[in-house]
Design a protein around this ligand. Structure first.
Ligand code: HQG
Length: 184
């Protein structure tokens, strides 16, 4: 694995899940001070300099991280599990449908409960089918679900769009989920 990729994985772990493992403070919007992060990482024997951090941010395949305008702060754009963070993306009107990729073994439970955020803060949805396939493949035999997002929205459910264009919802009740057979 390249050093840039390793750095991205480290940043995901720290900025989304476990900032406390290096004693880093995130504010409620998920921002960490870049200098502090580099210093705390160095204390743990992680040799990350500013150039490497900027490289990991700029070249991340899913644009997982964002820098503040002045470049002094960094945060993960979505996918958090840490209780220290509650990013307040403004609610947005979603398109007619959104997609969620999962593994087919989860279907009996999803059919009963709908889509739950599980360990993350939100259910993650995508605007395109292919992204959902990739997300689902991480879990096993992929199954793509179509979410009737516009109908859900009309019924009063909220949607948010993260800075890296991942659609987020608190919960997707089962009546808005249709199994997608890929024929579209
Ligand atoms: C499933 C990656 C049983 C859900 C991706 C999923 C994404 C249920 C798993 C982002 C369920 C949670 C998020 C229910 C949901 N019963 N299973 N009622 N409700 N599930 O990884 O959406 O690389 O937390 O279907 O690209 O797979 O991290 O969520 O299979 O954008 O940037 O529970 O993570 O991005 O798994 O992936 P995850 P996800 P990053």
């Amino acid at each position: 694995m390249s050093i840039v990729k390793k750095t991205s994985k480290f940043l995901s772990y720290i900025l989304r899940h476990h900032p406390e493992t290096i004693g880093l403070h995130l504010d409620s919007e998920g921002w960490a001070d870049v200098d502090e992060l580099l210093q705390k990482a160095a204390e743990q024997g992680r040799d990350i300099d500013r150039a490497l951090l900027l490289d990991a941010v700029a070249n991340n395949d899913k644009k997982r991280f964002a820098l503040s305008e002045d470049g002094r702060k960094i945060r993960a754009q979505q996918g958090h599990s840490t209780g220290q963070v509650a990013i307040d993306y403004p609610p947005q009107e979603p398109p007619e449908v959104l997609y969620h990729g999962t593994a087919d073994r989860f279907w009996p439970s999803i059919r009963e409960q709908g889509l739950l955020a599980k360990s993350r803060h939100h259910v993650h949805l995508s605007g395109d089918f292919d992204t959902a396939v990739k997300v689902g493949q991480r879990h096993g035999k992929v199954m793509v679900l179509k979410v009737l997002a516009q109908k859900m929205y009309q019924d009063g459910h909220r949607f948010y769009l993260s800075g890296n264009h991942v659609w987020l919802a608190d919960h997707v009740p089962p009546q808005y989920i249709v199994v997608e057979d890929g024929s579209e």
